[in-house]
Design a protein. Sequence first.
Length: 440
Amino acid sequence: MAQSEVLELLRSYKKEDINYKDSKNWSLVYYLGEEHTRFLIEAFSSFFSENALNPMAFKSLKRFEHEVVRMTANLLNGDSNVVGTMTSGGTESCLLPVMTYRDLAASQRSFRAKKPEMIAPESVHVAWEKAARYFGVKMVHAPLRSDLRVDVDAVKKLINKNTILLVGSAPSYPHGVIDPLAELGALALEHRLPFHVDSCLGGFLLPFVEKLGHRVPPFDFRIPGVTSISADLHKYGYSAKGASVLLYRNMKYLRHQFFVYENWPGGIFISPALLGTRPGGAIAAAWAAMKVLGMNGYLDLAQKVMQTTAALQDGIRSIPGLEILSDPEMSVFAYQSSSKKINIYAVGDQMEAKGWQVDRLQRPAALHAMVTPLHERIIDEFIADLKQSVEKVRNDPSLAAKGNAALYGMIARVPLRGLVKKEVLKMMEKIYGPDMIMPY
């Protein structure tokens, strides 16, 4: 096929995707407008073919990575001993600490556990479940308090001789609340355990939200006991995908992340993170985003995000039958029905019929929002559509038994979660099978 034909096909297939440029999506993309996007594309394209696997071959990429790590360490109140690497995204930044702390524990003579365990809140990002499975670490869930933050007393009771790691969120993805990290840090010190703060969502927003005077509890290296922090640049750092930063308090921890194999016929192989090939474009674009926005730029964006979040939450609270879950510290939150007459999943269906991309939560049933600066322009439209959707569902109970509302409602109520997993796996087999059968 000719290049022009291929490009035309790409454009035609793209029409099937959500149009994030109209700001009707509440996740997945952190769009700042065309000017910033063009800038990122140029920065990314300038290092399109470069590979950060070999820092000696592409010294520029190692310089960018080093400066990104240092800027992030300063932002998160780390001292000069803080070290780290860039990764491909939040999932890699969650996978690596589990492997690192597993291997650290195994290197200690006092550790004799056959099955290492990690303790994390029930609300911890699902990437940690993946990490536990990949690296043979047992995930132990700590329950949440009524405010949806982890119960530290429960965490304390779960610690045993097999525990290798404690995890807390800043904030949690489902509910947007920050766990009691200072208390977890004290617990980690008491039991001489590593403690990771998953701030993939908040790492590049919370420091500026705090500077603006909002209520933000300590969440970074100011907390004694915190040994590592993850923060995604391609979220509120407004960089190109995929770029995240994983920091450790010192080299004592990071050295266990490095992979070295000295007996390969292809030569001595060294890898600082999970991936072998590390796309240079993402590293360069991350550095460029931080440089061009700077502290003042991030502060201005944080102010816009928080003002937009407040206006959005006020609008949701003004609708009878809806309420915000807990008291989120930043721009990520969930809202649920406070009336038996309103099925929140059916409300989500109605909003999607109006062109909004809506994410659904379970336990409890809720809808999810991650606010970005450009959502400022659609608040009135969103709240008006939400009011109409709520009233339609309130007046027509049968909508709860139709569409995605029926599917999500049924899945949420199935007591045997293994059955749910089997059905979801069947769906994935169809999507990734030879015929690519999409569910809808």
